[in-house]
Design a protein around this ligand. Structure first.
Ligand code: PEP
Ligand code: MG
Length: 600
């Protein structure tokens, strides 16, 4: 009987194949044998290995893990998968990092078994990162667990588990190195009970064009029960599972009819993807040739090649928080400069890279900021509100951007998040100019000018947009936060998802006002929230007069194709009707016929 499980869509596409459970559930006999093995290995290791030998074993295993990971990174790099290679380059560093290795050695010196010492140290480091309530950080936390598991396997002399046939991986969360080591063609899809769109296994899957779903509550229990039933019925072969990574759907043991439906969706998707990718060389434009710049949102310098490959005409949002979050002390100016310069150099002088000043604090709490806990972090000390305290975060970041621009020989672009007042902007401009003057007085590299903008993502900024537009070079509307603040619905609260729809007319009418004020001041307006990457949102936004859309690399083909199928006059009509609507559902219904053209 088919079991249907709801999940969150994480990487588009449809796959059908045998389920491969990771980690494999041990049989009862294996559990008993492992128990015996652990007892005897404890007995064997302890008397045989002195503390010094145990320290040497852990150190050696950590370095071997680092070597394996470096080799994996090199292989991926040679295969033209530079972004994925970056994940394992970072893991290689973690393997011998003090947080993991020194801690494990400390535990071994205190008398702990080497395997346990590594596992405990990895868990402690991972939990520390996971405690900072942030998706990006929990992804790093999964990396540390993955590295710890690898060192543990080396100490125990084991090989990693890999599927024996092309399969769909079913797991709580799939370690990234397992994902990368699965031989080409053996990973058809990924279905995770946990995970998130930003876990590395999912990023890897997306990069490889493999469909993935995450957050599938009850998945593992259902798969285990189905496996037990199959074994009881004398059928040891794994059963089939179907995954729709575009809709967030899983079917266990799909019927022939279900398989037919999923195959149909796969064919339709393949057709659309081929058609959309064929437009990549063309800049973003409507059917009648009105230009709309299509630029990318990136999170780290490693995202730059994928964005370029997707035809990004620049970077509209470089979220720089990654530099601040996976560490225990603030990043140095030099470190920041290198990261910014790398992206600026990759995009060159004609494709601007907008560096968003660190949006830290709020839900992206950082231990070294030493901030007190706040009852409502989203309404608390966040981003620009932390500009000149503590650690001079904004001043240092602006200095790094001035220098990176000079060294990459481009005009640097920067924007401040969470602006609410005229004094927020005055402080931004003051710190920007002080940073420039200081660099010049010290004869350090410094660009000639910095194009400076702000994110419009608080209701206050939208309401005083006319005044703010006089002070800056551009606006970029952050629809994710703007929606949460306008609708008074915490963007992280899954139970409020119906209120978090940025197509709600109250959000659209606010955007229309911001565009009007920006036009009057003669400055361009971009949108860099998720709405820009949604084809329905893209059409409405361009209809409202937005000049530039900034979205994940994976969304650019879809919005380029949607725009190429409509004329300016149609978009005008569309946005007028959307503004007159009363809810997000009506807006979606108004756009649907235009999107349906893409299916023809
Ligand atoms: C936004 O708020 O829309 C935005 C793009 O910024 P972030 O999602 O990083 O808060
Ligand atoms: Mg925001």
């Amino acid at each position: 009987m088919t079991i249907r499980i709801e999940a969150s869509a994480a990487a588009p596409g449809v796959a059908i194949g045998p389920a491969w459970r990771y980690p494999r559930r041990p049989t009862q006999e294996e559990t008993a044998a492992e128990h015996d093995r652990q007892r005897s290995s404890r007995g064997a290791v302890r008397p045989k290995l002195t503390k010094a030998q145990s320290v040497a074993a852990v150190t050696d295993a950590a370095h071997r893990a680092a070597d394996q990971l470096t080799a994996l990174a090199d292989r991926l790099s040679e295969a033209g998968r530079g972004d994925d290679a970056g994940i394992f380059g970072a893991q290689a560093m973690m393997a011998t990092d003090t947080a993991l290795l020194d801690e494990a050695i400390r535990r071994v010196r205190a008398g702990m078994d080497p395997v346990e010492a590594v596992a405990e140290s990895a868990t402690a480091a991972a939990e520390m990162l996971a405690a900072v309530d942030d998706e990006l950080l929990s992804a790093r936390s999964a990396d540390i667990r993955d590295v710890g598991a690898r060192i543990g396997r080396i100490l125990r002399g084991e090989q990693p588990e890999l599927p024996e046939r092309p399969s769909i991986a079913v797991a709580d969360d799939l370690p990234p190195s397992v994902t990368a080591e699965i031989p080409a063609g053996f990973l058809l899809g990924v279905a995770l009970a946990g995970g998130s769109r930003t876990s590395h296994a999912v990023i890897l899957a997306r990069g490889l064009g493999i469909p993935a779903v995450v957050g599938a509550a009850g998945l593992l229990e259902a798969v285990d029960a189905a496996t037990d039933a199959a074994v009881a019925a004398g059928s040891p072969a794994p059963f089939a599972i179907a995954v729709d990574g575009s809709r967030g759907e899983i079917l266990l043991e799909p019927s022939d009819e279900d398989i037919g439906i999923f195959r149909g969706r796969a064919d339709e998707l393949a057709k659309r993807t081929r058609r959309a990718a064929a437009l990549r060389d063309r800049p973003g434009a409507t059917a009648d040739g009105e230009r709309v710049a299509l630029v990318a949102n990136i999170g780290t310098p490693d995202d730059a090649p994928r964005a370029l490959e997707a035809g990004a005409e620049g970077v509209g949002l470089f979220r720089t928080e990654f530099l601040y979050m996976t560490r225990l002390t603030p990043p140095t100016e030099h470190e920041q400069m290198l990261a910014y310069r790398r992206v600026m150099t990759a995009f060159g002088p004609d494709r601007p890279v907008v560096i968003r000043l660190a949006d830290v604090g709020g839900d992206k709490g950082i231990p070294y900021l030493g901030r007190p806990a706040e009852a409502d972090p989203f309404l608390g000390g966040r981003a620009t509100r932390l500009a000149d305290r503590p650690h001079d975060l904004m001043r240092r970041q602006l200095r790094a951007i001035w220098q990176a621009g000079a060294l990459a020989e481009v005009t640097p672009h920067a924007m401040a998040p969470m602006v609410a007042t005229v004094s927020d902007v005055k402080l931004l401009l003051q710190l920007r100019d002080e940073a420039r003057d200081d660099l010049r007085s010290k004869k350090l590299p410094c660009a000639g000018k910095m194009v400076t903008g702000i994110m419009v993502e608080t209701p206050s900024a939208a309401i005083i947009a006319a005044e703010l537009a006089q002070m800056v070079d551009f606006f970029s509307i952050g629809t994710n936060d703007l929606t949460q603040y306008l609708m008074a619905a915490d963007r992280g609260n899954a139970s409020l998802s119906s209120l978090q729809d940025a197509l709600h007319p109250s959000v659209l009418r606010t955007i229309a006002g911001v565009v009007r004020d920006a036009d009057s001041a003669g400055i361009p307006v971009a949108v860099c929230g998720e709405l820009a990457g949604d084809p329905a949102g893209a059409l409405i936004l361009v209809g409202l007069g937005v000049d530039e859309l900034s979205a994940d690399a994976g969304s650019l083909d879809g919005i380029r194709a949607a725009l190429a199928a409509v004329t300016r006059a149609e978009l005008d009509g569309l946005s007028t009707r959307a503004l007159a609507s009363v809810d997000a559902e009506s807006v979606r219904a108004i756009v649907a016929p235009y999107l349906a053209r893409l299916a023809d």
